[in-house]
Design a binder for this molecule. Structure first.
Ligand code: IPE
Ligand code: IPE
Ligand code: MG
Length: 236
């Protein structure tokens, strides 16, 4: 059995614990985690996904010690710079969702450069959730809709779920079919709150730096065993 699979979203958690378990500083867990991220992007391309959405940095992660935040920003600049040629070769289109204006200049301009360079690529769309919060995304959509209504561009009666979804950061892209969370926590941590309404969930205790293609494949196999009912009765 296999379910249609267009969009996978991943909560890449457990870098800190990976490092701590080895008596290392947290930042080394983040560094090691970047390799797992690169591997996951390649695997997503092999799966011919339309969208792979990765939780890189949440709106709440700004509350971490500034040393850790600075390191994560540095790592982001380094990774985007290093991986851009591969993204081009794999025809990947890079999109960032979240409050990119909160980012320091270096990561913001590096990301903007990669977004511009890959804008016409037609393969998998890689969505990086950076400075992202699901509640903020919903509030932003509400504001955008209110503005259009106020300006007379949209009638209030026309606002339905599909119009609302088009005002979210990914503008009505298919919802994630599968949400994977590493690090063992059974929570959303403010990720894709609207979009995950009917997503299948796969939680693994594996920490993000240890997440291999085999683990990714296991998540897909799990997904393929799920009966997606969307509230309906499929077998009487
Ligand atoms: C995920 O790993 C990466 C980010 C949130 C930036 P963590 O840093 O949350 O790792 P743990 O959960 O503390 O192990
Ligand atoms: C979620 O992980 C955010 C990312 C993976 C980027 P967190 O480590 O921030 O989530 P909590 O604090 O365990 O809920
Ligand atoms: Mg964590």
């Amino acid at each position: 059995m296999s379910n249609e699979l267009k969009h996978v979203a991943i909560i890449m958690d457990g870098n800190g614990r990976w490092a701590k378990g080895r008596g290392l500083e947290r930042f080394l867990g983040h560094r090691k985690g970047t390799q797992a991220t690169i591997d996951a992007v390649k695997f997503g391309c092999d799966l011919h996904l339309e969208h792979l959405t990765l939780y890189v940095f949440s709106s709440e992660n700004w509350q971490r010690p500034s040393k850790e935040v600075d390191y994560l920003m540095k790592l982001l600049v380094e990774m985007v710079h290093k991986e851009l040629p591969d993204l081009m070769e794999k025809n990947v289109k890079l999109v960032v969702i979240g409050n990119i204006n909160r980012l320091p200049d270096a990561p913001r301009s590096q990301l903007q450069h990669a977004i511009d360079e890959t804008a016409n690529n037609t393969g998998m769309q890689l969505n990086l959730a950076i400075s992202y919060g699901g509640r903020l995304e919903i509030v932003d959509a509400c504001k955008a809709i209110a503005k259009e209504v106020q300006e007379g561009k949209l009638s209030l009666d026309a606002v339905d779920e599909s119009v609302f979804a088009k005002h979210l950061y990914l503008k009505g892209a298919p919802d994630p079919d599968l949400v994977i969370r590493t690090g063992g926590e059974f929570r959303l941590s403010n990720y894709l709150l609207w979009q995950a309404a009917y997503s299948e969930f796969y939680v693994t205790p594996t920490l993000w730096p240890d997440f291999t293609n085999e683990e990714f494949q296991k998540a897909i196999e799990f997904y393929n065993t799920r009966e997606r009912r969307f509230g309906k009765v499929l077998h009487e």
